[in-house]
Design a protein. Structure first.
Length: 96
């Protein structure tokens, strides 16, 4: 019997391919910031390449180092991808 592992940071694609689908709604759902691994997946980078780019201060968006961890703000990711960086409206809230 074969077991299949899935990543906790990838959205489900519903297909057998390994590449996740990152749309504006899925990226917004990450919250205010995300980890470097998820940001690398969004930009279709390997984690090794992502760390090299961070080390050279060349990652596509700003990266925040918090102790031994890296956090990537979601708004610059959306801007870099040409998507709207504003938060989605809540259904029960007033329009902006």
């Amino acid at each position: 019997m074969t077991t299949r592992r899935t990543s906790r940071t990838r959205p489900s694609t519903g297909t057998d391919d390994a590449s996740p689908v990152w749309d504006a709604e899925t990226i917004h759902a990450l919250g205010v910031s995300t980890d470097l691994t998820t940001a690398a997946q969004i930009f279709n980078l390997s984690i090794a390449t992502a760390y090299r780019l961070v080390k050279r201060n060349a990652f596509p968006v700003p990266v925040i180092r918090a102790g031994a961890h890296y956090r990537v703000p979601v708004a610059p990711i959306l801007t870099a991808l040409g998507l709207t960086p504003t938060a989605p409206r809540r259904a029960d809230g007033p329009p902006p």
